[in-house]
Write a protein that binds this ligand. Structure first.
Ligand code: ADE
Length: 251
């Protein structure tokens, strides 16, 4: 899968993605992340890519032309017109489902804005989809692009050593992940739950699912509406809800 990042700070994106699991995935040729410097497409002597906003106001706006030229040049080189994602707090909030949808694309372009944003016409011409990483404002789109590329990359087959772990963890079936333990069996008086030492795989799996359900109820009850639960698990959840309701009454 190929990621192209249109940015004013190519070294930031390339440096960040070249490390850890995404870096190894690039070495293996499973993903490629190429940062394209929008400034290289400026036609001005001083390589400016921004100007004051029409109508006045604070800050500078990134101009449409260098952005569109950078995209067109890319399209010519690769012979395709990939989907463009524009990083903005005004976009739909990125989540695991969006990551899974985007992971099906062969090529993706991430447009990183700076200053007070980009000229609206660039977004219109590129038919950009707007995505946010949460309800807070960052100084630019580079970190959001890296967050999304990291998340999408780990869904590409072969990127994680253990493909199963991409599925089992948090948000699979819309549940949070169960608690994990490793050696030693006891640490500062705290023991690993007995069932995990039993070697009884069916019981372990049942315990983990129940822990996932309990955690999701305690920490992210909003997710439960779309959780995928068996009949038995639904009954378990109802029991938990009833119990927590009773506890609330007595305290
Ligand atoms: N650019 C600035 N803040 C952002 C956010 N929260 N998400 C995506 N892009 C942004």
């Amino acid at each position: 899968m190929n990621f192209y990042i249109l940015t004013l700070f190519p070294e930031m994106v390339e440096g960040g993605l070249a490390t850890s699991i995404t870096g190894r995935a690039m070495e293996k040729g499973l993903i490629a992340a190429k940062a394209i410097n929008i400034r290289d497409y400026s036609k001005e002597k001083h390589r400016h890519v921004d100007d004051a906003p029409y109508g006045g106001g604070a800050g500078m706006v990134m101009q449409a032309e260098p952005i569109c030229d950078a995209y067109e040049d890319l399209c010519e080189k690769i012979g395709k017109r990939p989907r463009v994602i524009y990083m903005t707090p005004q976009g739909q909030v990125f989540n695991q489902q969006i990551a899974a949808d985007l992971a099906r694309e062969e090529d993706l372009v991430f447009l990183c804005g700076h200053y007070e944003g980009v000229d609206e016409r660039a977004l219109e011409i590129l038919e950009a989809d707007c995505l946010s990483i949460g309800d807070y404002v960052l100084t630019g789109g580079e970190l959001p692009a890296m967050v999304m590329i990291d998340c999408i990359s780990r869904l590409v087959p072969g990127v994680l050593n253990n493909d199963a772990s991409a599925e089992i963890e948090s948000f699979h079936d819309n549940l949070l992940e169960y608690p994990q333990y490793t050696r030693p069996e006891e640490f500062k008086g705290l023991k690993v739950p007995e069932v995990l030492l039993s070697g009884h795989h069916k019981n372990i799996e049942e315990w983990r699912r129940q822990q996932s359900i309990q955690r999701t109820l305690e920490r992210r009850p909003d997710l439960l509406e779309n959780a995928v639960l068996s009949k038995k698990e639904k009954a378990f959840l109802e029991e938990l809800v009833e119990k927590s309701g009773k506890e609330g009454e007595t305290s």
